[in-house]
Design a protein around this ligand. Structure first.
Ligand code: PGA
Length: 252
């Protein structure tokens, strides 16, 4: 048996947060986390880029880490409006989400683009959180596992290891809708992803696979208990420490 995977509870603030209120929330979260002597899980907040540096500073000395929500594949250059993985790291980020379904949909990001962004995160020395997930139409057509095979195989960065890469399974139809798959459905998809990883990596058994999509305090314990679920990627319920803490609390 290999050692158990340490859970990661990650908050994705998306395009939400103004400095004053955001700092109050991250300080509240950091204070709660600091009271736990040896937390059994990693805690992460990915705020908008405008807040990253300040929020990273506010978490120093606490178990809470910060990260970016996206990065460009290039290190620097003429890419107006983008930020690089190196900039995320420079601002104090330890992780970067790539390939979130909102970026795949809103910005037409293909697996190849997501893979290049994940490779940029590794180049910068931060952890890539690679998001995958099927749409409702794909689920209804019985294509969920095929979509996972395709997205995992083609979005995973070259050089991925369990230390530098995390997978987040987020069914698109569960994001922000209050709907979640059943624990059994989640178990099937996570087992399938683990199987795909096993064909690609030496340490697949140690790579963390998060579940995301309408995770909240009231359903977190059930979802986090599913086999091969190694944490959560949380949107709406990560915006306040009050809502986020019960999710973290399931895993500490
Ligand atoms: P949600 O978002 O928790 O608001 O459903 C999850 C995500 O998009 O990461």
């Amino acid at each position: 048996m290999s050692e158990p995977r340490r859970k990661l509870i990650a908050g994705n603030w998306k395009m939400n947060g103004m400095a004053d209120a955001a700092l109050l929330q991250i300080k509240d979260l950091a204070a709660r986390a600091s009271k736990i002597e040896q937390p059994d899980c990693d805690v992460l907040i990915c705020p908008p880029a405008t807040l990253l540096r300040e929020m990273a500073r506010a978490t120093v000395g606490s178990p809470v880490k910060t990260g970016g929500q996206d990065c460009h594949a290039a290190e620097k250059g003429a890419h107006t409006g983008d930020i690089s993985a190196e900039m995320v790291k420079d601002a104090g980020g330890h992780y970067c989400i790539v390939g979130h379904s909102e970026r795949r949909a809103d910005h037409g990001e293909s697996n190849a683009v997501v893979k290049a962004k994940a490779e940029a995160a590794l180049r910068a020395g931060i952890v890539a959180i690679v998001c995958v997930g099927e749409t409702l139409a794909e689920r209804d057509a019985g294509q969920t596992l095929d979509v996972m095979t395709d997205q995992v195989r083609n979005s995973l960065p070259a050089g991925a290891t369990a230390t530098n890469t995390v997978i987040a399974y987020e069914p698109v139809w569960a994001i922000g809708t209050g709907k979640t798959p059943t624990p059994d459905d989640v178990a099937v998809v996570h087992a399938h992803i683990r199987e795909q990883l096993a064909g690609l990596l030496n340490d697949a058994n140690r790579m963390r696979i998060l579940y995301g999509g309408s995770v909240k305090g009231s359903n977190a314990a059930e979802l986090m208990a599913v086999a091969n679920v190694d944490g959560a990627l949380v949107g709406g319920a990560s915006l306040t420490a009050e809502d986020f803490w019960p999710i973290v609390n399931c895993c500490i």
